[in-house]
Design a binder for this molecule. Structure first.
Ligand SMILES: CC(C)(COP(=O)(O)OP(=O)(O)OC[C@H]1O[C@@H](n2cnc3c(N)ncnc32)[C@H](O)[C@@H]1OP(=O)(O)O)[C@@H](O)C(=O)NCCC(=O)NCCS
Length: 169
């Protein structure tokens, strides 16, 4: 079932392009401690263009600062939610919204559009890792129906544990 994906008023959510990558990398570095090489972003965009999305303020023209992004990829693996054999799973690798655009529904719209795109690509579930102390993100994922499927001790470089959260699509 498709989830209603309306972006909040004044924003558009669309597929990322190669021209967006500089902005995406800036958002990643400024908003998350988990950073990746430029090549990694390029590789995910090339292999999963349907599920790499950006949010921007619409109707502004000019200044191309993005409000947020979500980078997801399709993987094959054992299900976290169901009991089927190998399934196509969507992995939310990274999501961030710039501080001045938060609490307006942009993160929610990126997640919903990302999940719809993963479903269109044949995924039966979606999962992600999140710091156990990241209350805003955990709250967003819970609102979307994600549940904790396990806890990975010391998952992050600074030693913090991760929750793996998942839901079916
Ligand atoms: C997590 C993040 C993407 C949320 O983006 P956002 O655009 O502010 O989220 P939304 O406005 O769509 O919020 C949707 C819901 O998420 C929850 N939420 C978001 N921010 C929250 C906060 N600071 N405290 C508590 N709940 C919060 C709320 O349930 C909220 O619904 P509400 O506003 O009706 O209460 C954003 O805070 C962010 O980029 N954080 C830094 C990067 C990060 O942690 N990424 C996730 C890594 S796993």
């Amino acid at each position: 079932m498709e989830i209603d994906a309306a972006a909040p008023s004044g924003y558009v959510v669309r597929r990322a392009t190669r021209e967006d990558l500089r902005e995406v990398i800036r958002l990643n570095r400024e908003n998350l401690p988990e950073n990746y090489s430029e090549e990694f972003f390029e590789e995910v965009l090339e292999s999963n263009p349907e599920t790499f999305l950006v949010a921007e303020e619409g109707g502004r023209g000019g200044g191309k600062r993005l409000a947020g992004y979500i980078m997801c990829r399709v993987e094959i693996g054992f299900p976290l939610v169901g009991r089927a054999p190998l399934v196509k799973k969507g992995h939310v690798i990274s999501i961030a919204v710039a501080p001045e655009h938060r609490r307006k529904g942009v993160g929610m719209a990126l997640m919903v559009e990302g999940m719809n795109a993963l479903r269109s690509r044949g995924c039966s579930e979606v999962y992600l890792e999140v710091r156990v102390g990241n209350a805003p993100a955990i709250s967003l994922y819970r609102k979307l129906g994600f549940r904790v499927s396990r806890r990975i001790p010391g998952y992050y470089r600074d030693g913090e544990d991760a929750f793996v959260m998942a839901r079916s699509l």
